[in-house]
Structures are given as structure tokens and as C-alpha cells.
Design a protein around this ligand. Structure first.
Ligand code: SF4
Length: 446
């Protein structure tokens, strides 16, 4: 392969990419402001196009974009002064996105702008990770330890968590920070039950809630953890959003992927949450689960439409290193991935929802994406802020990753151990250092 770049005179740029035995891929344009970065993107696109042609590869709908957060590119182009139509052209001509993904990306990015604040540090978000689950799903790559094998670490974990909440709460008050959203994820936060759950939620309200707090979410996740008592505690403590995640509405698949609940459990948990009066219910599904074809997804979506959640998050199956499923699982429904995505989109639209956040993963079914849909005014602020990385999020608990965002949107990450034992140890030895680093972030330049 040879690559030639000519640029300079009159800001004209020409790029030639040649693969032996193939017609060269060429592009030329006048009036290019940033010759270096544009030539890099065109070389990338040229190489991709030639390889696709030469090896008859299916073109990626996302062109040369491989990152997890493609919306960040649209936002950064907009911040640089481009109009939305110019961004649309750039995404297609320079990055090779197909028109459908371009439209999706722009639709989501435009809708997200209302959530952005002038400063990434006012207000901030709080995440709290509970790294326990009833069992471990075969596709899981999160901080998730089955209670059956790791339940003996639970008490120490909880003691550490309370210390961390109090330490971060004290810092929030000392620095007079404002907190916009509080999100409990994991793992499965509703593995906490009864007085343990009540105590953690009360502590959060007392320590980290501020006058600016407008969203309180608990990702309940596994429906079998949602007893009436748990739902009532969530409601009474002011939790406004929960997730009840079926992933599929087929019992055989649920069994096969290691989730020990049934479709009936999903229905029971959903209606119980509605009766108790939790205002917003999200449901997560995964497209391309092993053994599932288009007909399975259609049935799952019909069942979900009958329930009528307020948010629907549609994941395309993706496998990270920590997952037990093998990569071959991604091939099973590979050819049907796009059709499944379309089917899910149509059902979400029929339910009156719009896409409001999006992310991609490596090793994802058909090179596709994950999309969060929501009814009007019911999008999760936390999901947008976490995905777009324009707000500092302080993460507590197992596997939480704090992101300290500077005014120029550069990031410093700070990770809590995923393992409950490692977490408890870190709280004993490293909590003051964590607090100090966060304090330095907020007081820099003052
Ligand atoms: S419920 Fe979620 S976090 Fe828990 S094991 Fe399954 S995929 Fe992982």
C-alpha cells in the first residue's frame, strides 16, 4: 500500500491511497484549514474503502469511527463553529458514516445540547456502584460479583461505602458543590435490601443531595430483586427512575445467559413498580443474544410495548474480555443485527420515544451501537452527562470511575477497585488521597 499527500499551495489538499492491483482511492479539496488532521482522516477513510473493496468486507455504517462515544465528535465540531448541516457533510465525507447513522448522531447530539452547562464543575453528578448481583450473566463485563460466592464480603463493603459517602458528602459541603443527579448502578444496587438499602439511600440524601439535585436513579436491573418492600423503600426515599431489565422476553434465553429470573418476574416487577408509583421506568434489552433471531426480538419488543415503559435502552450484544460468552456468539445473528436495530427503533418511535444518548463498544454485534430512547422530558440527565463527559462525576462504591473534567473538557480518571475486597481495602488505605485529589481539582486556580 502506498499513501501520497500533497498539500500547501492555496490550502489545497490531495490524498492518494493505492493498494496493489486496485484502482487508487483519491480525494482533493481546496480551502482546507487544517491540512494535517484532515489528511489523517482521509488516509484512514481511503485505507478502509480500499480494504472493503479488495476483501469484499461489509462497510461499517459508522465509517472510520471506532470510538465509544461518536456523539462527542459532533459536539466538538459544533463547538468549533460548524453548523449542523456542515457537521452532517463532514461526518459523511470525511469519516464515511452512512446517512442513517449521520442523522441519528445529529438528532441525538442536537437534543443533548440543552443538558450542557457552562461549567463542567457546576453542577456535578454522583455515581455509586454496588458490585453484587444475584448471579453473573454470561455476557457481563461489569463489576458484578454473585452474592452466592462473594456474599461474605458484603458487610465490609457496606461499611466502606458508608465511610466513602460521608467523606465525599463532607467535601461537597466544604466546597459548596452542586449535585445535579445521583445514580446507583453496578452490579445490581437492589441486592441491597431492607434496612441496608434504606440506610444507604438516606445517607445519600443527607450527604450528597443539594438544592440542585433533580434526578435520583436506581438501576434495579434484575427483576427478581424487586420485592414490594424494596420498591416501597425506593419510592419513599424519592427515587424517580429505576431500570427493570428483561434483556429478552424468552425464558430459554434468560436461562442460557445465566439470569435466574423469568419473563413472569419482569411482568410482576414492572406492574409492582407502577402500582407503588415510581415515576419513570426504563427497560434494557439486548439484540443478538445467543440463539435469538429476528422473530425472538419481535416478540420481546411486542411484550415491552404492552408494558409501556418510559425509557427503552437497546443494546447490541457486545463482548468484552471479562465476558464468559465466546466471540462466536457475535456471529450468530450478525446478518440480522441491522434489522433488529430498525425493529427496536420502530417500536420505540411507536411508543412516542426519541433517541437521546448513544454509545458503541468494541466487539459489538454488526459494528452497531447502543441507543437510549425516552419519552419527551423523561430522558436521564445522568446518562447524557456520563456519556458526553462534559460534567465532573464523582464515583463511589465498587468499580466506580470518577471523572474530573477541566474547563477545557480534558479528563482525569480515578478508579475504585471493582472487587468488593479490594474496595474495602482501598477505603481503609486510600480514601483521604482520593478526597485530596478531588479537592485539588475543584480548588485549582483559586
Ligand atoms: S445483572 Fe448486569 S451487572 Fe449483574 S451480572 Fe448481569 S449483566 Fe452483569
Amino acid at each position: 500500500m502506498t499513501v501520497q499527500v500533497h498539500g500547501g499551495e492555496g490550502r489545497e489538499l490531495q490524498v492518494f491511497v493505492t493498494l496493489e492491483g486496485e484502482e487508487p482511492w483519491t480525494v482533493s479539496q481546496r480551502g482546507v484549514d487544517d491540512l494535517e488532521s484532515r489528511s489523517k482522516e482521509w488516509i484512514r477513510l481511503g485505507i478502509q474503502r480500499l480494504f472493503q473493496k479488495s476483501y469484499q468486507l461489509t462497510p461499517s455504517p459508522w465509517g472510520t469511527l471506532t470510538g465509544v462515544r461518536p456523539t462527542k465528535l459532533a459536539h466538538s465540531l459544533y463547538d468549533d463553529g460548524m453548523s449542523w448541516p456542515q457537521i452532517s457533510r463532514t461526518l459523511q465525507e470525511l469519516y464515511g458514516l452512512n446517512p442513517e447513522k449521520t442523522e441519528l448522531l445529529l438528532d441525538i447530539a442536537q437534543g443533548q445540547r440543552v443538558f450542557f452547562h457552562p461549567s463542567p464543575n457546576d453542577p456535578i453528578g454522583i455515581y455509586l456502584g454496588i458490585p453484587f448481583c444475584p448471579t453473573r450473566c454470561s455476557y457481563c463485563s461489569f463489576a458484578a460479583y454473585p452474592l452466592t460466592t462473594h456474599g461474605h464480603l458484603f458487610r465490609d463493603f457496606l461499611a466502606g461505602l458508608k465511610r466513602e459517602i460521608k467523606a465525599i458528602g463532607a467535601l461537597i459541603h466544604e466546597l459548596d458543590l452542586q449535585v445535579e443527579s445521583v445514580y446507583l448502578g453496578g452490579g445490581t444496587p437492589t441486592t441491597l435490601m431492607g434496612s441496608d438499602l434504606q440506610e444507604i439511600l438516606d445517607l445519600l440524601r443527607e450527604q450528597v443531595f443539594t438544592a440542585a439535585t433533580v434526578e435520583f436513579t436506581v438501576e434495579a436491573g434484575r427483576p427478581e430483586t424487586l420485592s414490594l418492600e424494596t420498591l416501597q423503600i425506593l419510592k419513599d426515599t424519592g427515587v424517580e427512575r429505576i431500570s427493570i431489565n428483561p434483556q429478552t422476553m424468552h425464558d430459554e434465553t434468560l436461562q442460557a445467559i445465566g439470569r435466574e429470573h423469568t419473563v413472569a418476574d419482569v411482568h410482576r416487577a414492572f406492574w409492582a413498580a407502577r402500582r407503588v408509583g415510581i415515576p419513570i421506568i426504563n427497560m434494557d434489552i439486548i439484540l443478538g443474544l445467543p440463539g435469538e433471531e429476528l422473530g425472538h426480538v419481535e416478540h420481546t419488543l411486542q411484550e415491552i410495548a404492552r408494558l409501556g415503559p418510559d425509557n427503552l435502552t437497546v443494546h447490541s450484544l457486545s463482548l468484552k474480555r471479562a465476558a464468559r460468552l465466546s466471540k462466536e456468539a457475535l456471529n450468530i445473528a450478525h446478518g440480522q443485527g441491522e434489522a433488529m436495530v430498525h425493529m427496536a427503533r420502530d417500536v420505540a418511535f411507536d411508543l412516542g420515544m426519541k433517541p437521546y444518548y448513544l454509545y458503541r463498544q468494541r466487539q459489538i454485534l454488526g459494528g452497531l451501537e447502543n441507543i437510549g430512547y425516552a419519552l419527551p422530558q423523561l430522558s436521564s440527565i445522568y446518562n447524557v452527562q456520563m456519556m458526553e463527559e462534559r460534567q465532573t462525576i464523582i464515583a463511589l462504591g465498587g468499580g466506580g470511575i470518577t471523572k474530573l473534567v477541566a474547563p477545557d473538557l480534558s479528563l482525569v480518571r480515578q478508579a475504585n477497585p471493582k472487587c468488593p475486597a479490594g474496595y474495602s481495602q482501598q477505603i481503609k488505605e486510600g480514601l483521604s488521597e482520593k478526597v485530596e485529589q478531588i479537592r485539588r481539582h475543584f480548588t485549582a486556580g483559586k
